[in-house]
Design a protein around this ligand. Structure first.
Ligand code: ATP
Length: 343
C-alpha cells in the first residue's frame, strides 16, 4: 500500500509532539522510524493507525484519504513490543482471531492459519499457549496474528525490544525475509540504530517531533542531512573548533564544529606517518577488543578520537606516540553542514 502523509501535527495539551511531518512510503517497503525516546515515533504510528487523531494533516492510503476511518477500517496489522497475545488462547486461536472477527469461514480460517504457521516457522506449536513459548516464538505468533486478516499495512512498535540480544538479532533477519516474502508495506519504530540500519529499506529519523531525514540507511550514514542525524547514527567524536584540526583550517570558520567518524581517521606509528604533512600528534589511550576488531582511542590535544583496527593490525600499544591523519570531516555550524576532505 502506498502511504502518503502531508503536514501532520499533533499536540498533547501545550506539548507539540508531532511537528509538520510529511512523507511518502512506496508499496512493499519496510520503513524504520528511528529516534530518541519521546521524539514522537509512537505518536506518528498511532495517528497512522487511527488510534489518535492529528490536529492537522492528511493521511492517504493508496491515494484515498483515511483521516475519518476507524482503525479497523484502515486495513492495518499491528505488532507491539509486549506481545499482547491472548493468554487463554492457543497459538492457533490467537492467529485465527482476526479472521473470526471478520467472520471468515471455518475452512478459510484453517487454510490461512496453516499458511501463517508455515510462514512464521511455528509448525507444531499450534496447540501451545503463550506461556509455553519463548519470547521470540511469542513475537512470531504476534506477527502471524497481525498478518492473518491480510492487512495492507503493518505497523510495528518496537517489536523486539523485550527480547534478548541474540534472539533479537535472529528475529531481525527473520523479519526482513518475512516482509520480503509477504510484500507488505511496513513501518517499525525503534530507538536502536543497528536494528534500523540492518532491517529497513528506508529510515526516517525522528527527533523532537520533526522528521529530520528520510533515506536509505546508507544515504543517511554517508550523507547526514542534519547535525542531529550525523551524531545519532554511527559513532563519532565532535570537535568544537573544527578550524583547530590540521588540514581543516581554511574550510572551517569560527563557530564551525567537526564530526569525525572512526573511518575518517588513520592512526600510525610516528616514524611512518611523519612523512605525511597534515597529521596531528597523538597518544594511544586505550585498545578495546570488540570481537572482530580493535577499537583504538587516541588522545589528540584535548580531544579523544576513536578508530578501528582489524585483528592483524593490532600493533599499537597503549601509551604509544602516534600520528593521526584526519582525512575527512563532517563540518557544521548554525546554518548548514557539509563534508570536507583533507587536502
Ligand atoms: P519512545 O521511544 O519513548 O516510545 P517516542 O518517540 O515513541 O518515544 P512518543 O511516544 O510519540 O515518542 O511521545 C512523544 C511525546 O509526546 C512524549 O514527550 C510523550 O510524553 C508525549 N505524549 C505521547 N502521548 C501522549 C498523551 N496521550 N498525552 C500526553 N502526552 C503524550
Amino acid at each position: 500500500m502506498h502511504v502518503e502523509v502531508r503536514g501532520l501535527n499533533k499536540h498533547f495539551g501545550n506539548f507539540h509532539a508531532v511537528k509538520d511531518v510529511s512523507f511518502d512510503i512506496q508499496t512493499g517497503h519496510l520503513i524504520g522510524l528511528l529516534g530518541p525516546s519521546g521524539g514522537g515515533k509512537t505518536s506518528i504510528l498511532r495517528i497512522l493507525a487511527g488510534l489518535e487523531q492529528p490536529d492537522a494533516g492528511e493521511i492517504h492510503f493508496h491515494g484515498k484519504r483515511v483521516n475519518e476511518l476507524a482503525p479497523q477500517e484502515r486495513g492495518i496489522g499491528f505488532v507491539f513490543q509486549n506481545y499482547a497475545l491472548f493468554k487463554h488462547m492457543s497459538v492457533y486461536d490467537n492467529i485465527a482471531f482476526g479472521l473470526k472477527v471478520k467472520k471468515s469461514s471455518k475452512a478459510r480460517i484453517k487454510e490461512r492459519v496453516t499458511e501463517l504457521v508455515e510462514l512464521t516457522g511455528l509448525k507444531g506449536f499450534e496447540h501451545r499457549y503463550p506461556h509455553q513459548l519463548s519470547g521470540g516464538q511469542r513475537q512470531r505468533v504476534a506477527f502471524a496474528r497481525a498478518l492473518a486478516p491480510e492487512p495492507q499495512l503493518l505497523l510495528l512498535d518496537e517489536p523486539f525490544a523485550a527480547i534478548d540480544a541474540k534472539i533479537r538479532q535472529e528475529l531481525r533477519t527473520w523479519l526482513r525475509e518475512l516482509i520480503e516474502r509477504v510484500g507488505i508495506t511496513s513501518i517499525f519504530v525503534t530507538h536502536d540504530q543497528d536494528e534500523a540500519i540492518e532491517v529497513a529499506d528506508e529510515i526516517m529519523v525522528i527527533n523532537q517531533g520533526r522528521l529530520e531525514q528520510k533515506g536509505t540507511p546508507w544515504d543517511i550514514y554517508k550523507k547526514p542531512g542534519t547535525p542531529f542525524v550525523a551524531s545519532f547514527i554511527g559513532e563519532s567524536t565532535v570537535i568544537e573548533q573544527a578550524g583547530s584540526l590540521r588540514g581543516f583550517e581554511e574550510a572551517a570558520g569560527v563557530g564551525t564544529r567537526a564530526l569525525i567518524r572512526p573511518e575518517y581517521i588513520d592512526v600510525g606509528p610516528s616514524e611512518e606517518f611523519a612523512l605525511l604533512s597534515a597529521t596531528e600528534e597523538g597518544i594511544v589511550k586505550h585498545l578495546h577488543f570488540r570481537g572482530s576488531e580493535w577499537m583504538v582511542e587516541v588522545q589528540v590535544g584535548d580531544q579523544r578520537l576513536m578508530t578501528y583496527r582489524s585483528l592483524e593490525k593490532s600493533t599499537l600499544e597503549p601509551g604509544q606516540q602516534v600520528r593521526v591523519l584526519v582525512h575527512r570531516a563532517y563540518l557544521y555550524n548554525e546554518e548548514s553542514s557539509w563534508m570536507v576532505e583533507n587536502p
